[in-house]
Design a protein around this ligand. Structure first.
Ligand code: GLC
Length: 598
């Protein structure tokens, strides 16, 4: 591994000498985080001793979060703390977590200092209900972890459950919505005697803390927490460690002063390019804390694609492991992290310090794009999930011509031939892909790239699929219905109007236009297609239904209908317009217009 890394390092020297800098415009304080893109979450606490099973019964409730077992299975505090006996302190070694994170290419570690169960995992002076005291150990796991992080150059952050605390008599649990709430005075007692003192300990005793990651996923106005209490937390952090980052799950929107980055929902990946710093916290299986009864793990490709997809939208991923009570990390997690790490040791330059291009998020059916500036140059990384069968990678949207195109392989970089025409870059690929998981092609541009974000992207089939989502202009905001597992994603044109697409023709000649549609009515529906002063008229017959499963499962039929042929005399941009004029009650459900060379 080391040797391979060296070879790559030498081969990429010409690119690496130009100082790489991130394209994102996040404030200085957050820059390390937006450059890091990938970190480790560790859910480890008293619940790890239960492993998702309590006295012969599996975890109740479908969300299947093993760290919720105390609440879900209605376990009394007296019984719950007996789990402390299951911790094997002779085997627990936090340095191993750090080494694993390093191997995985992660740049920070975030550990659950106190989860919803309220049990601190360090020897907290503010509450004797902590793992060290309960298990009769004299170890401070956080101290050891902080030392190991320092030794291995890893940033360290703490997860702290501020809102929920099932241990403290004045803390909050959801059931109080039914049983009656504790008073504001009681809750403030919990806040002042536990939350603030514990945060103070975390921010005083463990050196530099990169972030405190809070966890309240509802608006504070809808629950017991008060704005003033949250403001106290921000103030405390800013006073003790001004560089420490705070995530949006503190309970404020990401625009609130003091919130440094947004955390999306659990495992919720980005959908659009977002300028402010953000991340997804994600699991490898489903639970965060170790759950012995889970066996559905995400594949390495899936995890890599989540990371790449987020980076292409200016976000990152904090990926979780749930070690067991003896500190060991499940093998299924370890193999995936090792594989991701080996991918990153080869392709990491396409992730760290990278962001995305402001093109349509999912416009290429072969993968995603990441990018960064390097001095005056711009590097664009094509993340190829799907190696095209005809060995041509079709990139749409960058008008500038690259200086060079290279495939990153296990044995260094391979130069690739390419052509540039309008917004299309066509790259000739070798038969063998650059990587088993995701192949990366690095394009180097002599200056910042110029985009055409309106142009419809070519598909891996070579043609253009014109849809409601990739149109450049619409006379009405026609409704888009998402793919529901059976019917394709489609746009409902229920009023007279039109959609226009910006297309580029690199190869002049005849192009067939086929419409895939559903016509819900009993009458024909006539449509017009217009491009380059040529008009094609199509008559779309009523379409029926199609059997999905025998006997009882039917859905709308979408059929293909050839409308005609356009002759595009020369290379260049064209506008293609679809005009509809449905009668009352009639609508055209447009799946796509497939435009391809005759
Ligand atoms: C959720 C869960 C929690 C987990 C967290 C991680 O909010 O309550 O168990 O720690 O998400 O994102």
């Amino acid at each position: 591994m080391m040797k391979r890394f060296l070879v790559i390092a030498i081969l990429c020297f010409s690119v690496c000498v130009v100082r790489a800098q991130s394209v994102s415009n996040a404030p200085e304080k957050v820059k390390w985080f937006t450059d890091a893109r990938f970190g480790m979450f560790i859910h480890w606490g008293l619940y790890s001793g239960a492993e998702g099973i309590w006295e012969g019964e599996r975890l109740r409730n479908g969300n299947n979060y093993a760290e919720w077992i105390r609440y879900r299975n209605r376990i009394s505090q007296d019984d719950y703390i007996k789990l402390a006996k299951r911790f094997d302190w002779n085997r627990i070694d936090p340095e191993q977590w750090v080494l694993l994170a390093k191997r995985a290419g992660m740049k920070y570690i975030l550990i659950t200092a106190k989860h919803h169960d309220g049990i601190a995992i360090w020897n907290s002076r503010a509450s004797s209900n902590n793992l060290t005291a309960l298990s009769g150990s004299d170890r401070d796991v956080l101290k050891e972890l902080a030392a190991a992080c320092k030794k291995h150059g890893m940033k360290l952050g703490f997860y702290y459950s501020h809102w929920l605390d099932w241990e403290h008599p004045d803390g909050w649990d959801h059931n109080q919505e039914i049983t009656g709430r504790i008073s504001d005075e009681q809750y403030d007692r919990y806040w002042q005697t536990k939350v603030l003192p514990q945060l103070r300990e975390l921010l005083t005793n463990y050196g530099d803390i990169a972030m405190i990651w809070f966890d309240m996923w509802v608006d504070y106005k809808t629950t017991v927490v008060k704005k003033a209490q949250l403001d106290q937390v921000i103030k405390l952090i800013h006073t003790l460690q001004p560089a420490c980052l705070i995530n949006s799950r503190l309970g404020f929107p990401s625009t609130y002063p003091g919130i440094d980055f947004e955390t999306l929902g659990d495992n919720q990946l980005g959908a659009v390019y977002t300028d402010h710093p953000w991340e997804t916290s994600g699991t490898i299986a489903n639970s965060w804390g170790y759950n012995a009864l889970e066996n559905e793990y995400k594949s390495t490709s899936q995890l890599l694609q989540s990371l790449i997809g987020n980076v292409s939208l200016n976000g990152g991923v904090t990926l979780n492991i749930g070690p067991r009570a003896d500190g060991s990390v499940p093998y299924e997690d370890v193999i995936r992290l090792n594989e991701i790490g080996s991918w990153l040791s080869k392709n990491g330059e396409s992730i760290y310090g990278c962001t995305g291009l402001k093109l349509r998020p999912d416009q290429h059916d072969w993968g995603r794009i990441t990018t960064k500036k390097a001095g005056d140059k711009q590097l664009v990384y094509l993340q190829v999930y799907n190696w095209p069968l005809d060995k041509i990678l079709r990139l749409t949207g960058i008008v500038s011509k690259p200086e060079k195109a290279e495939l990153i392989t296990d044995n260094g970089r391979t130069r690739l031939n390419y052509t540039q025409a309008g917004p299309y870059t066509h790259i000739e690929l070798p038969n063998v892909s650059g990587d088993h998981f995701v192949s990366v092609i690095a394009l180097t541009y002599s200056k910042p790239v110029e985009l055409n974000e309106k142009a419809v992207a070519e598909s891996t089939f070579g043609g253009l699929a014109l849809t409601g989502s990739n149109s450049a202009a619409q006379s009405h905001a026609y409704k888009i219905i998402q793919f529901d597992g059976v019917r394709p994603k489609h746009t409902v044109l229920d009023t007279a109007g039109n959609l226009t697409w910006r297309i580029y023709v690199s190869n002049p000649g005849n192009y067939n236009a086929n419409v895939s549609y559903h016509n819900n009515s009993k009458n024909d529906l006539s449509i017009q297609l217009n491009a380059d002063n040529q008009n094609l008229t199509g008559v779309l017959k009523p379409t029926g239904r199609v059997v999905v499963e025998p006997h009882d499962s039917y859905t709308e039929e979408f059929v293909d209908n050839k409308i005609g042929t356009f002759k595009f005399p020369k290379a260049g941009y064209y506008d293609l317009t679809l005009t509809v004029n449905p009668s009352l009650g009639q609508s055209l459900s447009l799946n796509r217009i497939w435009l391809s060379k005759e």
